[in-house]
Design a protein around this ligand. Structure first.
Ligand SMILES: Nc1ncnc2c1ncn2[C@@H]1O[C@H](COP(=O)(O)OP(=O)(O)O)[C@@H](O)[C@H]1O
Ligand SMILES: [Mg+2]
Length: 150
């Protein structure tokens, strides 16, 4: 059994989006993901962390926590903040819904997380914060046709 856990906390500065991607990418590498699997996970993490930076702490600096867990060949990620919270989670998850319309790729963050990961769960309480949990299975390599493939 090769299960593992990690937790990092950082400030809601845009420079830390890259930091979060790098940490998660490095942690998940233990499961030997393909470049595509890793890229999907990094994109989903970017979307969640960017949301905490932009939406959770609009005019203040706050803390963002990223937790990772590997259970067999599955990655579980939790991105949480103590920011403003989301008034209506179902509505927020709809493609193209945004409360900040002037940004590029507006309103697609949750749709991207949902698409690139196997599971997405959003919990939020107004004034207290938001917790995103995502899961993705990393396919195992198999020996086939005299070579390793997924
Ligand atoms: N961590 C968060 N804290 C507060 N509000 C959030 C958070 N994440 C998402 N939201 C809300 O959900 C909406 C939709 O998010 P998303 O799909 O990523 O689109 P976008 O970020 O482009 O607005 C945001 O506009 C915002 O109102
Ligand atoms: Mg977003």
């Amino acid at each position: 059994m090769n299960n593992n856990e990690m937790k990092v906390e950082f400030l809601s500065r845009s420079v830390n989006e890259g930091f979060a991607r790098a940490v998660v990418s490095s942690f998940v590498s233990q499961l030997d993901p393909t470049i595509e699997e890793l890229s999907d996970i990094k994109t989903a993490v970017s979307e969640a962390v960017t949301n905490s930076i932009i939406h959770a702490y609009p005019n203040v600096e706050g803390k963002i926590t990223v937790k990772g867990r590997l259970v067999e060949n599955e990655v579980e990620l939790e991105i949480s903040d103590n920011g403003v919270g989301i008034e209506n989670v179902e509505k927020a998850k709809e493609p193209l819904f945004t409360t900040k319309g002037n940004l590029e790729r507006s309103g697609m963050g949750f749709a991207i997380m949902e698409n690139f990961m196997d599971e997405l769960n959003v919990e939020s309480i107004l004034g207290l914060g938001t917790k995103i949990t995502m899961k993705k299975k990393i396919k195992k390599y198999a020996f086939d046709n005299n070579k390793f493939c997924k």
